[in-house]
Design a binder for this molecule. Structure first.
Ligand code: AP5
Length: 219
């Protein structure tokens, strides 16, 4: 099954994609994580992407489409994938349909997580991540045991450069302008499920599992 997790920054795409990946036994593919890994490794892709990401803007379509094509088409995952943060423009949506079409596949299910802007900003600006093991914390919701230090590996936590309030606000503007049109794009294809992302993490997952397309249910 090919699942797309769609929603604004802070809606819980990464959190839910991780949970769904283990529930459904599918690989979790996050363009944000792939780009941050490229930046950390100082690759040419990372050098290209960093200024866009630091400003809270989208990395150009051709770059991200190439990145996903490499992972999705060349790796040919037999059981599918959970795509977190891709597509993020209608052009990327068409490119995904084309590349899946070449494999005789299609997007089977799109989960659209929605939440109010105040909640999104609170989640984004309170998030701290471990640069070593990628564990994520939240100042209010899930703080680390020792403030500023990772529970799992003891590394000092960092705030993502694009999680500062001014950049976070710009990311939301970019989302409404360039990504939100994908909601209708997928609604027209009959594959969209809208989920209330303001609920607890567990309640969101329960709603998703209840909405799983019938031909992909385990029971
Ligand atoms: P990316 O890393 O994908 O960032 P994003 O879409 O802005 O999403 P976030 O990671 O901020 O939030 P999320 O929805 O994953 O929520 P999370 O689960 O982390 O992309 C970063 C950048 O890369 C982009 O700005 C762009 O530059 C570039 N990029 C990536 N993909 C691209 C593409 N396709 N095209 C072009 N450019 C691209 O949760 C957030 C916080 O809330 C966490 O602290 C979490 O613990 C907490 N939380 C989650 N769920 C809940 C809940 N239900 N209740 C309470 N707290 C919760």
């Amino acid at each position: 099954m090919i699942v797309v997790v769609l929603g604004p920054p802070g809606a819980g795409k990464g959190t839910q994609s991780d949970l769904l990946a283990s529930e459904l036994g599918l690989p979790h593919l996050s363009t944000g994580d792939l780009l941050r890994e490229a930046i950390a490794n100082r690759t040419p892709l990372g050098r290209l992407a960093q200024p866009y990401m630091d400003r809270g803007e989208l990395v150009p379509d051709d770059v991200v489409i190439g990145l996903i094509k490499e992972r999705l088409v060349q790796a040919r995952p037999p059981d599918g994938a959970i795509l977190d943060g891709f597509p993020r423009t209608v052009a990327q949506g068409h490119a995904l349909n084309d590349m899946l079409g070449e494999l005789g596949r299609r997007v089977d299910w799109v989960i659209y997580l929605r939440a109010p802007v105040e909640e999104l900003l609170e989640r984004i600006t309170g998030r701290y991540v471990c640069p070593r093991c990628a564990a994520t914390y939240h100042l209010r919701g899930s703080p680390s045991r020792t403030p500023g230090v990772c529970n799992l590996c003891g590394t000092p936590l960092q705030q993502r450069p694009d999680d500062r309030l001014d950049v976070a606000r710009h990311r939301l503007d970019v989302y409404f302008e360039q990504t939100a049109p994908l909601i209708d794009f997928y609604r027209c294809q009959g594959v969209l499920t809208e989920i209330d992302g303001e609920q607890s993490i567990e309640a969101v997952l329960a709603d998703e599992m209840a909405a799983l397309p019938p031909n992909h249910r385990k029971d």
